[in-house]
Design a protein around this ligand. Sequence first.
Ligand SMILES: [Cu+2]
Length: 315
Amino acid sequence: MPEPITEQGQRVLALWQGSWVAAFAVGILVWGLIIWSIIFHRKRSEQLPPQVRYNMPIEALYTVLPIVVIAVLFYFTARDQTYLLETDEKADTNVEVVGFQWSWEFNYLDQSKAEALDEAEKAAEAEGKKKEEVDPEDAEPETLFSEVGTPDQMPTLVLREGDVVHFDLHSPDVIHSFWVPAFAFKLDVIPGHDNEFQVKVNEGTAGTYMGRCAELCGADHTRMLFKVEVMEPEAYDAWFAEQQEAAEAEAAEAAEQEAADQQASEEAAGAAGSEQQEQGQEEDEDAQGASSDEEQQDGSASGQAGGSQDEEAGH
Ligand SMILES: [Cu+2]
């Protein structure tokens, strides 16, 4: 098993090791009893050994001992599962993981989805509305910047040493599974049901790790790989600021482009409007005649196109 890089991963490793210790203890006891019987209770005579059928204490022991074993395993499993799925602690970083056919998208959020919904519900209650009236789709957190991968270009999930990281798992198509072996943890990414979990990244874990999809999700399932890069705090902060700046610059550029497009279309509309006014001074019949001519031309043009396609098909 790889060395876990999160507090939660260490708990998983401890559970795994503890289960093996318990299994070996039971195994050694059973093997020991078998070997002891083989050696010390060999057939000595034709006389039947004492029979223990319907011996109540032994029958009870056979039933109670397995229940004790299962109860102990169940207790530790349930305890650790509760711990691993805990999301109460305020996270330093919030990442939405989108698993899609066939790669991953990592959206860095300003808060988790649960926090955003909680905030919206509180705001609704303050306005005197019921919190059930809040549509979760209207209460999405803000995306600061994104990293989008393709099957050929695997994306990198960048994390900061010592951070509590919250993951919201989202799928637009089929079930995937978000698996980072170094977390010793994986969780299904289910369409229509966003799963969430948190990890605390350990100190001194800076480095690059692999991640993959652990649910057979279709033909290119094996190409759903990604990298996890854990950075030291200073390096991460510089990287984070850079990403945020780049995203802001891109958004500003897009807004500028949109404004320019809008202005251009408004100008075009204005020009068309003045043309219409000029045309309006001419006789309406002329205008109608011209437009029907155009239609005829269009019709013949498409007819020609159709004809040439037929010829090609004929050859
Ligand atoms: Cu997948």
